[in-house]
Design a protein around this ligand. Structure first.
Ligand code: GDP
Ligand code: IMO
Ligand code: MG
Length: 423
């Protein structure tokens, strides 16, 4: 962390790497934490003092010492879900009002966006993306089509703007012959709009640059992961925003020269939720074992996460497109009991071996694995890297060499305390 700098923390796989946990751990080193993209499709889990929280739209820096947290312009916000999340936090003794700032330029997810999400998925049939159903795609579509509603719109003539946007969506839904009823949801959503007004609604790009000018530091919290990025992910099985580091520039209004460290987070294995290609996916008992030990079920939807071995081909690509400077490895404890561990070091693409991530990973990909000895040690109570068994230290060295990037933090359990910062 450098003064006047912005560090970015983001997922390198298909999301759910453990971003929430690490943002919470790192927050004491920063003055401000900011989300720059995504919305309530995210589910970021934090555990401390025996309690567990799942955050969806609120940045994960909200629990550490009254820091300002910002929801940036690149985020899409559902007022009803935001209200639910914020009220639940306040009820558990975590006041938010003054220190959670919301960008005027963040786009609003309307009830009809969620219906459109469902309608488009239904239309795709067996090719559906398996979205979270939160209206993410349709909201970003409206943003790019220049027809979206923004948080700043609630400050002036909102009912007219809302009615016009809703009518447009209704016409589309009619053309799709899609049945729906938003009466109840809309009531709550409009309540959510009123609730939003209690928070500082700000020009977050000005605020953040002023913070930097005054020598303070900002940590940006990514949502989803690089393999779900709309440009570089496994398109079309992706989310609708730029989840990569560049997204922090567009989603907060900061210049690229302000970015300092780029923390890339990965699990010691790999998971994916929703449809789409996943070269190292395991369909056997090992996959099931990882799912059970890692409690790999969606934080928001409860869906089973697909599990597989770590994919170094995909990770090298993610490190490249993000300019990752430090790696953070999560959930190594899940592999504590394995006799051997596999890592995919290259792909055979239609029989030809490559270490470069190909354009299309949907077919003809055969992962090539290296098998390493397991460490067979419960590491969940370790407090320093000096306690690591040799096999684990060797695994770290192997990954660092393959990925040409240092692993500086290792997570050995879901709790805030179960985190080892390497020397
Ligand atoms: P995020 O979306 O990237 O913030 O990740 P999620 O919260 O969706 O999923 C990560 C899950 O793993 C959560 O249930 C965390 O509590 C849990 N978790 C995080 N780090 C570790 C770890 O090192 N070990 C174990 N066993 N669980 C972890
Ligand atoms: P966090 O921030 C894992 C996936 C969905 C689906 C695809 C598109 O918790 O890591 P969307 O609703 O965004 O249009 O869905 O992206 N997806 C995630 N998978 N973690 C997430 O967030 C995700 N957010 C979206 O499952 O495949
Ligand atoms: Mg998650």
């Amino acid at each position: 962390m450098k003064q006047g700098k912005v560090d970015v923390l983001l997922g390198l796989q298909w999301g759910d790497e453990g971003k929430g946990k690490v943002v919470d751990v790192l927050t004491p080193h920063y003055d401000v934490v900011a989300r720059f993209q995504g919305g309530p499709n995210a589910g970021h889990t934090l555990e401390f003092n025996g309690e567990k929280y799942v955050l969806r739209s609120i940045p994960s820096g909200i629990f550490q010492g009254g820091k300002v947290n910002i929801i940036g312009n690149g985020v899409v916000l559902a007022p009803d879900l935001f209200m639910e999340e914020a009220k639940a936090l306040e009820a558990t003794g975590h006041p938010l009002r003054e220190r959670l700032h919301i960008s005027k330029k963040a786009h609003l997810i309307m009830p009809t966006h969620r219906v459109l999400d469902a309608a488009y998925e239904a239309q795709k049939g067996k090719n559906k993306v398996g979205t979270t159903g939160k209206g993410i795609g349709p909201t970003y579509t409206d943003k790019v089509s220049r027809t979206g509603l923004r948080v700043g719109d609630i400050l002036e003539n909102f009912p007219e703007k809302y009615a016009a946007a809703k009518a447009r969506h209704e016409a589309i839904l009619k053309s799709l012959n899609f049945d729906y009823d938003i009466t109840e949801v809309e009531k709550k959503w409009l309540e959510g709009i009123e609730y939003l007004r209690q928070f500082p609604i700000v020009d977050s790009e000005h605020e953040i640059n002023q913070i930097l000018r005054s020598g303070k530091s900002v940590l940006c919290e990514g949502a989803q992961g690089t393999m779900l990025d709309v440009d570089f992910g496994s398109y079309p099985f992706v989310t609708s925003s730029n989840t990569i580091c560049a997204g922090a520039c567009t989603g907060l209004g900061i210049g690229p020269n302000k970015i300092g460290e780029v923390f890339g987070i990965m699990k010691a294995y790999c998971t994916r939720v929703g449809a789409g290609p996943f070269p190292t996916e395991l369909f056997d008992e090992t996959g099931k074992k990882i799912r059970d030990l890692g409690h790999e079920y969606g934080a928001v939807t409860g869906r089973e996460r697909r599990c597989g071995w770590i994919d170094l081909v995909a990770l090298r690509y993610s490190i490249m497109v993000n300019g990752v400077t430090q790696l953070i490895m999560m959930k190594s404890d899940v592999l504590d009991g394995f006799d051997t561990i596999k890592a995919c070091t290259s792909y055979k693409v239609n029989g030809v071996e490559t270490r470069d991530f190909p354009y299309n990973i949907e077919e003809g990909i055969e992962p090539v694995y290296v098998e390493l000895p397991g460490w067979k040690t419960d590491m969940t109570k370790f407090t320093s890297e000096d306690q690591f068994p040799k096999q684990f230290s060797d695994y770290i060295k192997f990954l660092e060499k393959e990925l040409e990037t240092p692993i500086t933090i290792i997570s050995i359990g879901p709790d805030r305390e179960q985190t080892i910062v390497r020397k």
